[in-house]
Structure formats: structure tokens, C-alpha cells
Design a binder for this molecule. Structure first.
Ligand code: UTP
Length: 309
């Protein structure tokens, strides 16, 4: 069994162009999903998987992320002593005590692989997780916990995969895989970044959760800029596929739960609706309103489209 997984790298230095102009002055990771910024859900997920050390890879314009995970004494002082505000106070303080939080700057957005490489010194020689700050996994789905378990059992690197429609695979990294006789854990035999549909080796897309061996840093150091002139994390992971015991093998966990890309406008809206509808405090009133709203929008006489989970 390899060393335990304690540390997470969360890259948040991307430019967020898909969400402009909202992301001109606000990082996309700070956009609120109900009443917490998306990035807090991501850190909470890491903590649920047993990690206690989070390194954010930030860039220019991202200081609000640092502020969010720092104390806010003026607000806390105001809320302290007001018995009616105890719950609000504990929610304000929650983000500061989740984990040990660290920051490093990327300087220039040269790709996800380059962002992860900025964490090399902090991580050292242990396996670690990477969670993309704009990828939200529903808290009822324990994807990262399962991935950590697979890494501990099989060693090497573990990536998260999700089936997507064939006409969407060009938006993702795509994995060629073979069975190892387990349900939803496969061996990865190849990776290709954003392939055209007719060249994709499967419909399995790489999504934003990774548990990586520390050898990935050496692979990243020699990874040439790939697609889009960026240093791609998938290229470095692919280099480890055949290196059993030296960063490899690479396995994939096929995720069948709920995931939202909060950097994408439609997915961002879905994440808010789903989370609000399922909350015990807001849910009952919101679901009633949503039901009426949807019924009102349906053309009269047409049967409702079935709602996908
Ligand atoms: P994306 O490509 O989704 O993020 O990168 P982006 O560039 O911010 O967004 P768009 O496509 O322009 O809207 C995936 C993740 O990798 C981080 C991003 O912050 C995001 O969490 N990233 C990407 C970096 O930290 N540095 C980079 O150089 C590139």
C-alpha cells in the first residue's frame, strides 16, 4: 500500500473566459452556488475524503479566494454575542477551519499541467489529489473517497471518468481503457486531449478529480506544450501509463453520479437549482415555486418532458 493521501492541489488560476463578463473582476470559483462560493464545496469535498491540506494555485485577480478562506474579524465580532446570529457566525467561520490552506501563484496561465507543477515543492514525495475549482461533485456522491481507496489499493495514478454523449467528447480529455474485472474501475491505456468525435477512443471523458503519484511532477517538467499551446496534465499522466511502480499504472474510476461544471453557464444554473431544491431550509418553498414556474412555462396540452436525474 502506498503512503496515505493528505494533500490536495486546487488550481484556480484559469481565466474563466466562458463566463465573461461575470468573471472580469470575480473569479469563476467565487460565483455563489446558493449561499457558498463554488470553491468552498470543492474544499469540503476534499475534507470529506480525508484530506487536511489544500494548496490553491492562484493568479492575478484571485485574491478574493484568499479572503474567503481567511478570518473576517469585523463581521465575526458583529455576529458574536447576538444569540440570533449564532448559526450565521458558524457558517461564516466554517471556511476558515476546514483544512490547512496554502497558496502559490502560477504567474501565467500556461495550462492545467503547469498549474499543478507549481505545487511540486509543497507536495513533496507523497500521492496527492487534484480537484478542479470549477468542477462540482454532489456531496452525496463520494467520488474522491473512492478514488483515494483505489490509489491506496492499486498504486500509481487514478483519474475520474464520466460517460458523455459522443458529440461532447471533443470538449474533454478522453481515455482509452481496458477492463480489470471490476465494476467502474478500469485500466487506462491511453489519453487524448479534446479529440474530434471520430478520433475519440471511447466516450469516457476525464473530469476534474485526480489522485496522482508524485512522479507526475517529473513528467510535467518534461511535458511540451500540447493542445492550445498549454502544458496539459493529461499528457503528463499519459507518460506514466506504462511506468508501473514509477508513477504508473493509471486507473480510472467511472463516475455515474451528479457533477456540475460551474464554469459553464447552463451547468452552473443546474447546480444552483438542484442544490437549492434539495436543501432542507430552502427546498420546500423553492420546490413549490419551481413546480409552478415550470408548469407555467409548458405549452398547454403538451406532456412534460421527462426530467433526467
Ligand atoms: P479551464 O480551461 O476549465 O479553465 O481549466 P479556464 O481557463 O479558467 O476557463 P475557460 O475555459 O476560459 O472558461 C480547468 C481548471 O484549471 C485551472 C482553471 O482555474 C480551472 O479550475 N487552470 C487552467 C489553471 O489553474 N491554470 C491554467 O493555466 C489553466
Amino acid at each position: 500500500m502506498s503512503a496515505g493521501v493528505r494533500k490536495a492541489i486546487v488550481p484556480v488560476a484559469g481565466l474563466g473566459t466562458r463566463f465573461l463578463p461575470a468573471t472580469k473582476a470575480t473569479p469563476k470559483e467565487m460565483l455563489p452556488v446558493v449561499d457558498k462560493p463554488a470553491i468552498q464545496y470543492v474544499v469540503e469535498e476534499a475534507v470529506r475524503a480525508g484530506l487536511d491540506d489544500v494548496l490553491f494555485v492562484t493568479g492575478r485577480g484571485k485574491t478574493s479566494i484568499e479572503d474567503h478562506f481567511d478570518r473576517q474579524p469585523e463581521v465575526e465580532d458583529k455576529l458574536t454575542g447576538d444569540a440570533g446570529k449564532a448559526d450565521l457566525l458558524s457558517r461564516v467561520q466554517a471556511s476558515t477551519s476546514l483544512a490547512r490552506i496554502h497558496f502559490v501563484r502560477q504567474g501565467e496561465a500556461r495550462g492545467l499541467g503547469h498549474a499543478v507543477l507549481q505545487g511540486a515543492q509543497h507536495v513533496g514525495s507523497e500521492p496527492f489529489a487534484v480537484l478542479l475549482g470549477d468542477d462540482l461533485i454532489d456531496e452525496r456522491d463520494a467520488l474522491l473517497t473512492e478514488m483515494v481507496g483505489v490509489q491506496q489499493r492499486l498504486g500509481g495514478c487514478v483519474i475520474a471518468l464520466m460517460e458523455v454523449p459522443a458529440d461532447q467528447i471533443h470538449l474533454y480529455g478522453c481515455a482509452a481503457v481496458e477492463s480489470i474485472g471490476e465494476t467502474d474501475v478500469v485500466r487506462v491505456t491511453g489519453l487524448v486531449e479534446k479529440p474530434p468525435t471520430d478520433e475519440a477512443p471511447s466516450n469516457l471523458a476525464v473530469i476534474g478529480r485526480y489522485v496522482l503519484a508524485p512522479e507526475i511532477f517529473d513528467a510535467l517538467r518534461v511535458t511540451a506544450p500540447g493542445r492550445g499551446g498549454e502544458i496539459q496534465l493529461t499528457d503528463a499522466i499519459e507518460a506514466l501509463i506504462d511506468k508501473a511502480g514509477e508513477g504508473g499504472p493509471v486507473h480510472g474510476v467511472v463516475f455515474r453520479g451528479r457533477r456540475y461544471d460551474t464554469g459553464d453557464k447552463a451547468d452552473y444554473l443546474k447546480s444552483i437549482v438542484r442544490i437549492a431544491a434539495d436543501r432542507s431550509d430552502l427546498g420546500p418553498e423553492f420546490r413549490d415555486w419551481l413546480g409552478e414556474f415550470v408548469a407555467d412555462r409548458l405549452p398547454h396540452g403538451d406532456p412534460a418532458e421527462p426530467i433526467t436525474p
